[in-house]
Design a protein around this ligand. Sequence first.
Ligand SMILES: [Zn+2]
Length: 210
Amino acid sequence: MDTLEFDDSLLNPEWDENLDKGSIEAAIKNILNSIGEDPTRDGLKRTPERVFRMYGELFSGYWTDPVKLVNDAIFDVKYDEMVLVKDIEFYSMCEHHMLPFIGRAHVAYIPNGKVLGLSKIPRVVDMYARRLQVQERMTRQIADFFKELLQPQGVGVVIEAMHLCSMMRGVKKHNARMTTSAMHGAFRANPATRQEFLANISRGSSPLHF
Ligand SMILES: [Zn+2]
């Protein structure tokens, strides 16, 4: 009995439309053979198909239009204090090893006439996470996206993450946790603004652990 079977009904049917089922399944079978496994044994028989379905979800960021994702949630307001959404949990895949890196993103901006519905910020983070990524680029992409979209007075993004490619491979454990940041506008130009952002992030937040 396979008690860990993933519930396929949770899958969004659009996720795997963009992937070539045959070639992904063949590739996974190849890998199984190459590491000395038997792809026809019970536990592995459906693995290529499972990986195919999982990739549809994990890499859905390639086929999601971020502007469509948010464009019904941009509002005109006069508010010009810092807006901060912190501790956004995300799961991504490192492009060097195709292993997960997981962590938290903190996103802040100072509006310049436009704000975005708060629930949309984690969805944008998710979309950039659901690709093969390096943490530095993902951080930059999120900051650039909000800069373009909202033309705010400033935007700051900090990402803390643990990389399984380091954690699982013994010797490099001390490199496993990484923090990256990207700052635009007031967050770059004004040390007090940046400091306010960084102080807010660390306030009351627990260290990363998985
Ligand atoms: Zn890696």
